[in-house]
Design a protein around this ligand. Structure first.
Ligand code: SIN
Length: 285
């Protein structure tokens, strides 16, 4: 059996297309190792024509680590680790902002796997940005300013109460999620635990303030960093086809789901792989 995966970079910093693998079947150790190293190198991997079931997607994600169960998003029938992002006119998307998934927990996800199940005729692309490339583009004095700063991440910045008032059950689930996920701190720059590379780790979706600065300084710095990460140089944009799959390293990337397709419907399935506590260790790579 040919175990060699084909990996083609889509740009110098982020993104690669992977072929010669069937994600619906258990991967051999050799295949998984290639996938894992390609992920660390390219930060987001894309695969065409992978019609995975929720159970197969869960099994693939579980090769990378324990899975997160989202506190408010609905899940696939019988597979609670697979989030169903089913967006349309009556349920507009909430991920059309630059965000890193689930940074409101102590150990934010190491990665995620997204599968395209139903797509609009046109639109609905997703963009990913490399926090490593964005960090590397900063000047040395600016990097020195960021070193050691801590930022607050808050569940309610993206999951606002008014969106969860549809039923008493939905509102109770939201209240429970808020109680379980109080705001917490992560370093503004984090070190990748495997590659040792530094990456910007603030995102517009969940980061509210830099606690080591005055409110005005924090606002100015965060606004700069949120704008900086959106430079096209640091990004890859994926035009989905039915049954495409994307796998990303959530420790050093952020993404934006383009909400240009309403009133059409778009359904995506996401598995979210738990990670470790972010840390900053200067000079590792
Ligand atoms: C996500 O925000 O995790 C999913 C992105 C998408 O739906 O394209």
């Amino acid at each position: 059996m040919n175990e060699r995966l084909s990996v083609t970079a889509l740009g110098p910093y982020i993104g690669a297309l992977v072929a010669d693998v069937d994600l619906s079947r258990p991967l051999s150790d050799a295949q998984f190792e290639q996938l894992y190293h390609a992920l660390i190198r390219h930060q987001v991997l894309f695969f065409r024509n992978q019609p995975v079931t929720p159970a197969q997607q869960r099994a693939l994600a579980a090769r990378f680590g324990d899975l997160h169960i989202h506190p408010v998003y609905p899940h696939a029938p019988d597979v609670e680790e697979i989030i169903v992002l089913d967006t349309h006119d009556d349920n507009p998307p909430d991920n059309d902002n630059w965000h890193t998934d689930v940074t409101f927990i102590e150990t934010p996800p190491a990665g995620a796997i997204l599968a395209a199940k139903q797509l609009p005729e046109t639109g609905g692309d997703t963009l990913w940005a490399s926090g490593i490339a964005a960090y590397n583009a900063l000047s040395e004095p600016f990097k020195a300013l960021l070193a050691g700063l801590r930022a607050e991440h808050d569940f309610t910045k993206s999951f606002q109460e008014f969106k969860y008032r549809g039923s008493e059950e939905e509102h109770a689930r939201w209240r429970q999620a808020v109680a379980k996920n109080p705001p917490l701190l992560h370093p503004v720059v984090r070190t990748h635990p495997v590659s040792g590379k530094s990456a910007l780790f603030v995102n517009e979706g969940f980061t509210t303030r830099i606690v080591d600065l005055s409110p005005k300084e924090s606002d100015a710095l965060l606004n700069f960093l949120f704008a900086h990460i959106t430079k096209p140089e640091f990004q890859v944009r994926w035009r989905w086809q039915q049954d495409d799959v994307a796998i990303w390293d959530n420790r050093v990337t952020q993404h934006y789901a383009n909400a240009d397709y309403l009133p059409a419907r778009r359904i995506m399935h996401r598995a979210t792989i738990l990670g470790d506590k972010p840390f900053y260790q200067p000079g590792r790579a």
